[in-house]
Design a protein around this ligand. Structure first.
Ligand code: DQA
Length: 142
């Protein structure tokens, strides 16, 4: 069975109460449950990890030896963390970038993803389903 890591970045622990008009009403726990159900259907083992700290996310990416692929929502770090970009490049495993919202339809600073060049692709704008679509994609890659 392939092992997939799902990383949720900063402020995603507040889902459900954080700007629900943009990010939806589902909590992170509910989204993680849907992720686990989808993983089961796809025959994948999945671990979900959330951190508000750039260094912790980088340390987790360094642990990618234990995983075959990663689905990452780096939150606002997406737009400026060259350190997360470098970490993804360093571990040489497939990453899929996800966002709940359509970052290209929002503030100009959100149109840029500095991690995108190190990822296989990006899924944005489908709410919690973005994660489930990313699992479909990573299942085909690993
Ligand atoms: C987000 C989009 C980012 O711009 C924002 O900073 C987030 C969430 C999303 O899932 O839509 O924290 O990654």
């Amino acid at each position: 069975m392939k092992n997939i890591l799902v990383i949720h970045g900063p402020n995603l622990n507040l889902l459900g109460q954080r700007e629900p008009g943009i990010y939806g009403a589902q909590t992170l726990d509910t989204i993680n449950q849907a992720i686990m159900e989808k993983a089961k259907a796809l025959g994948l083992a999945v671990e979900c990890f959330q951190s508000n700290h750039e260094g912790e996310i980088i340390d987790k990416i360094h642990d990618m030896k234990a995983y075959d692929g990663c689905v990452i929502n780096a939150g606002a770090y997406t737009h400026y963390s060259y350190a997360i970009l470098d970490a993804i490049k360093a571990v040489q495993k497939p990453f899929i970038e996800v966002h709940l919202s359509n970052i290209h339809a929002r503030d100009a600073f959100r149109h840029v993803s500095v991690i995108a060049p190190a990822c296989k692709g990006q899924i944005a704008g489908f709410g919690a389903d973005s994660y489930l679509l990313a699992l479909d994609a990573i299942a085909k890659i690993v």
